[in-house]
Design a protein around this ligand. Structure first.
Ligand SMILES: Cc1cc2nc3c(=O)[nH]c(=O)nc-3n(C[C@H](O)[C@H](O)[C@H](O)COP(=O)(O)O)c2cc1C
Length: 184
């Protein structure tokens, strides 16, 4: 499509695995580096409206996260080395005031930056919604002004990209022309 340099081919190589290497373990330093990348992401007014529940396979937090996976994600996410619940700060505490109109947007950027760091470590990230939100909210005592927005499984993918078709999802992308609203 283009001869210009790409971000280490990240955008072409990245995919959301549905099979993770259950033998791979992430070190504490690697997990720290993922969270460090997330916290350095830009956000509206530097509001940093994000927080993460971090489970490393076989630890207690991981066990508590796994209990609230949906049947679909429960088939692959537990094998990943790290399981995350991604929280957005939606409102001001004890108020109905919105904390930031960009809270979801900014959380997405933080997870994207975490994904870049994971790729640097040779790991892949699969974000997902297939979990019991009320269950996770209660499990980790998440107060009403925060929301468990999504989850992410991080680990070493087994096999190649072609082996990772998730049922009911697609990797087809809209074209550059299709996503260009206006351009001279
Ligand atoms: C916010 C969000 C929610 C998602 N929810 C799910 C999900 O519940 N189950 C699933 O298998 N994949 C889920 N995905 C992964 C997408 O289906 C996937 O990114 C898309 O099909 C493109 O495939 P690729 O990431 O392999 O390029 C989610 C991705 C995002 C960003």
């Amino acid at each position: 499509m283009t001869d210009v340099p790409l971000l280490g081919d990240f955008s072409r190589e990245r995919f959301s695995p549905v099979r993770f290497d259950a033998e791979h373990t992430a070190s504490g330093a690697e997990v720290d580096s993922l969270l460090d990348a997330a916290r350095r992401a830009p956000s509206a007014g530097n509001s940093q409206p994000w927080a993460f529940v971090v489970g490393v396979r076989a630890d207690a937090v991981h066990d508590r996260l796994v209990r609230h996976l949906a049947r679909s994600s429960g088939a692959w996410a537990p094998h990943a080395s790290v399981l995350l619940a991604n929280l957005a700060r939606r409102s001001v505490e004890h108020s109905t005031l919105e904390y930031s109109e960009f809270a979801h947007y900014d959380l997405g950027q933080a997870v994207a930056h975490l994904t870049f760091q994971a790729h640097r470590l040779g790991l892949a990230v699969h974000q997902f919604r297939a979990f019991d939100r009320p269950g996770l909210t209660a499990e980790f005592g998440v107060p009403p002004h925060w929301e468990v927005t999504s989850m992410a499984a991080v680990g070493r993918a087994l096999g190649s990209r072609q082996d990772h078709a998730a049922p009911g999802t697609s990797r087809e992308r809209r074209s550059v022309a299709d996503i260009t609203w206006a351009r001279d």
